[in-house]
Design a protein around this ligand. Structure first.
Ligand code: F6R
Length: 644
């Protein structure tokens, strides 16, 4: 399978461990699964056991899925496989929703012919006194079996491998560790809040990991890009435990495109090798130079280019002034107050077409508040400028509503009934049932159907309130309730045929000139990415179907970013400025989502409220444009056009 950006002798000047970059998580996972299958089979031929060191978390799921497929369709047997998992939370009961024992059974063991007695996972039920001897025994069992043939690793945002947090030494043993705050914050979503995440875990030590004959570390998603660069290009350091792999004789990093974005060969390829300087690369290099030198684009000099490894660009396209002007114009042409196109204007240099003057617009919002949080200013402009704006709420977002909020609304409905003498015993029964359930609800328990419905309704009513505030007619609000989301748990189902078909049907019904979708790549298994994949696949099918040829070619797809990250300046193709008044109006639009205000169920590691994140981000984009020498706006929302 072809790697996306091949490494070269030159890239090895920066990369201190073999690294392969693949275009997406699916291909990367297949490559790893193929290698594991080969090792299993080669050991089978020798009549020997195959010892696998396994990881949990979101990263290896695709590998396990592919191994299961190989078992079912290609006869790959796991009879000779003995596994040792990296870690387990402590304390942890094996049947808990959050246990790695349960994870491994669900993701792999229950679906292949591995012998249960061959599966080893650190025991989260031991008394503290017994942990040390358990850990010694765990390591000696690995040794007795001949050592790990293949160790699969993920990487924490802080560089941990297993749960060897920063500060772990290279000779650290298997042991009980205290989890880093960032590790607990990353897990808080699955555990329904930080306070539920255990503070400790048992992990295989760095030493045992480094003793594996072969080690593959996988990293997926843009949120890993910073630590991936530090691990591969930085010094070997206990501050980044994954960097120890630089000293392993047979370790490889397997990355998807998103997690590789900070590597030198991807971010600044001109420092690695000669480049083909097309318009996009020039924009990327020059904006990057201006940002790092804190200079407006038009003030960059030949010397700035030469001193920063961009002499080749000046030689080919210089002098600096010409290149600066070209990039300045490119940036300027992204700015428009007319996201739906400016009627009666020359649109040759504008991001959107002038015609048709009134466009049908379809905004896909993964959760019920992403439309207003991530593109509220643009949303309002499109409506105010007379376009036919539709919003599709892709999922119900029900799990993000607190139990208290659900009770408050259920209480209101019964109170309403009583007040007006409606005495509906069915409503009362639902309320009593929900109340009773929530009173006794255990930490990891899934909500009963009634409670989920109530929570979903709360979010729908909030989304509708935002639409009313913006001026969207009720008929233009589409509640998709994509089934992949409806598990009642953080863990969702994979994207299914029904999800795609619902998306196809809606696009076909509206035949939009513009689609807006959340283009988040941070978490390949996250709801935003699954929702984006549904849109991509739906558009691919619609484009292939001859029936749609008269309209699909005019349907442009614009991607916005969620509450957590923004596009890099060089990627932005449409920048929609906001006045101070529009910023305030957007804030009030976000406030309609009361269940997501003043403390949310899934806060993550960012303590700001959504409106604060949105405002700070939109302001940062405006400041960046200004620092590069463009006009000073209060705030800017940014978009990238995706050619499908
Ligand atoms: C899991 C483990 C951890 C994870 C890491 C990345 O067994 O040991 O090191 O690999 O925290 O987790 P994800 O893949 O969920 O980003």
């Amino acid at each position: 399978m072809a790697v996306l950006i091949p490494d070269s002798e030159l890239s090895k000047r920066f990369e201190k461990v073999p690294t392969a970059i693949f275009s997406n998580a699916g291909i990367a996972s297949k490559v790893v699964a193929i290698e594991i299958a080969q090792i299993i089979r080669s050991k089978q031929m020798l009549n020997k056991p195959c010892i696998l060191g396994l990881a949990t978390g979101s990263t290896p799921k695709g590998v396990y899925k592919e191994l299961i497929r190989m078992h079912r369709e290609e006869g790959l047997s796991f009879r000779n496989v003995i596994t040792f998992n990296l870690d387990e939370y402590y304390p942890m009961q094996p049947d808990s929703l959050y246990s790695y024992v349960r994870f491994m059974k669900e993701q792999l063991f229950n679906h292949v012919d591995i012998l249960p007695e061959n599966c080893h996972i650190p025991d989260g039920t031991l008394s503290k006194e017994r942990i040390a001897s358990f850990c010694r025994d765990y390591e000696s069992r690995i040794e007795m079996n001949g050592g790990i043939d293949f160790q699969l690793l993920g990487i924490g945002g802080n560089g941990h491998i297993g749960f060897n947090e920063p500060g772990s030494t290279s000779n650290s043993k298997t042991r009980l560790v205290a989890l880093d705050h960032s590790t607990r914050a990353a897990a808080s979503q699955e555990f329904n809040g930080l306070h539920n995440v255990p503070r400790t875990a048992i992990t295989l030590g760095v030493s045992a990991i480094l003793h594996a004959k072969r080690v593959v570390l996988m990293a997926l998603g843009e949120h890993k890009s910073r630590i991936v660069k530090a691990s591969i290009e930085g010094p070997v350091s206990e501050h980044v435990p994954a960097s120890y792999l630089q000293n392993h004789p047979h370790a490889t990093f397997i990355l998807d495109e998103a997690s590789a974005t900070d590597l030198t060969r991807v971010k600044t390829p001109w420092l690695v090798d000669t480049c083909i300087w097309d318009k996009k690369l020039i924009k990327k290099a020059v904006t990057g130079l201006a940002v790092s030198l804190k200079k407006p684009v038009l003030k960059l000099t030949d010397k700035d280019y030469n001193d920063n490894g961009m002499g080749e660009l000046v030689a080919q396209h210089g002098p600096a002034y010409d290149i600066n002007l070209e990039v300045f114009n490119q940036l300027q042409n992204t700015i428009t107050g007319w996201p739906g196109g400016k009627p009666n204007a020359d649109d040759s240099k504008r991001p959107e077409r002038a015609l048709p003057a009134v466009k049908r617009v379809l905004i896909f919002s993964p959760h019920p508040d992403d439309d207003i949080i991530s593109m509220g200013g643009t949303f309002m402009r499109l409506q105010d400028q007379g376009h036919d704006v539709h919003v599709a709420y892709q999922t119900s977002g029900n799990i993000a509503v607190s139990d208290e909020e659900a009770l408050r609304y259920a209480d209101f409905v019964t109170g309403f009934d009583q007040k007006f003498g409606l005495n509906n015993s069915e409503i009362d029964a639902i309320y009593q049932n929900a109340k009773e359930f929530l009173k006794n609800k255990k930490q990891s328990e899934k909500d009963i159907d009634e409670v989920r419905q109530i929570k979903g309704l709360i979010r729908v009513s909030e989304a509708k309130a935002t639409c009313r505030f913006v001026g969207i007619p009720d008929n233009n609000v589409h509640l998709m309730n994509l089934p992949f989301y409806e598990t009642g748990m953080v863990q969702k189902k994979p994207l299914g045929e029904e999800d795609i078909q619902l998306t196809v049907d809606l696009i076909k019904q509206i035949k939009p000139h513009q689609i807006y979708a959340a283009g988040d790549l941070a978490d390949p298994h996250g709801t935003h990415k699954v929702c984006l994949d549904a849109v991509f696949e739906a558009l691919r099918r619609l484009k292939d179907d001859p029936e749609n040829q008269d309209w699909i070619k005019d349907c442009w797809l614009w991607l916005y970013r969620g509450a957590w990250q923004e596009w890099d300046i060089h990627q932005i193709e449409m920048a929609v400025p906001m006045s101070p008044d529009q910023v305030l109006r957007k804030r009030y639009g976000i406030f309609k989502h009361q269940s997501q205000k003043d403390g949310v169920v899934f806060q993550g590691s960012d303590s700001r409220e959504f409106w604060q994140r949105a405002e700070e981000r939109n302001k940062a984009t405006a400041d960046l444009y200004n620092k590069l020498g463009l006009p000073e706006y209060e705030a800017i929302e940014a978009f990238v056009r995706y050619l499908y």
